[in-house]
Design a protein around this ligand. Structure first.
Ligand code: ZN
Length: 201
């Protein structure tokens, strides 16, 4: 009920902050008041960064990862091994893989995992473009690096069934330590080990 006392503009800010993941009403209030008290350059800079990001960033036409360009820097890098594609759920997973320093192939970002409970089927994910890539190019291996939960496993198996008939090797990261964990929160040593120990599925 304390929100009643804030001016409408502040209430609006609070309600937007409240929509962010992990931000409840109390935290939203605290953040809103912080933004009002912080240096103007920081608050305005934040607003500008959000607007600029939303205007500039899009999905790479090849891999679906976030990029400021038509094709992302990884896909346009000719030094990378274009015959290996690592399939991940989220853009952050690519960052995690890059941090291992052990992967020199390309990526494909699904933007989620299969989840019948949430109504997420193959059509809701960036899967068609993956299959097009695989049919079109000289790909010798697809590394399934979806998360280790039920949905990530189901997604990896679903794709493996589609990909293997194309004569392409499909492997899965050798998780073990971070079972149930998200790739993007797995440390680079564990992830590097999981990559090195990957096996065919
Ligand atoms: Zn790309």
């Amino acid at each position: 009920m304390s929100m009643y006392f804030y001016p409408p503009s502040v209430e609006e800010l609070i309600s937007y902050l409240n929509k962010l993941p992990g931000v409840g009403p109390k935290t939203a209030q605290r953040l809103a008041l912080h933004l009002l008290n912080t240096r103007e350059a920081d608050a305005v800079g934040l607003a500008r960064a959000i607007t600029a990001t939303r205007e500039k960033v899009r999905r790479c036409a090849v891999c679906g990862n976030l990029t400021d360009d038509e094709v992302c820097p990884v896909c346009s890098d000719e030094q990378r091994d274009a015959s290996v594609i690592c399939v991940v759920e989220h853009p952050g997973d690519c960052i995690a893989m890059e941090r291992t320093g052990q992967f020199n192939g390309l990526y494909h970002v699904l933007h989620g995992a299969l989840s019948p409970m949430e109504g997420i089927g193959p059509a809701e994910l960036n899967m068609d473009s993956l299959m097009q890539r695989l049919r079109g190019g000289n790909i010798r291996e697809v590394v399934m690096a979806t998360n280790t939960g039920v949905e990530g496993e189901a997604t990896a198996l679903y794709l493996a069934r589609l990909i293997k008939p194309l004569g392409i090797r499909v492997s899965r990261l050798a998780y073990g330590v971070a079972v149930g964990g998200d790739l993007e929160y797995t440390d680079e040593v564990t992830l590097g080990r999981a990559l090195a120990g990957r096996s065919d599925i």
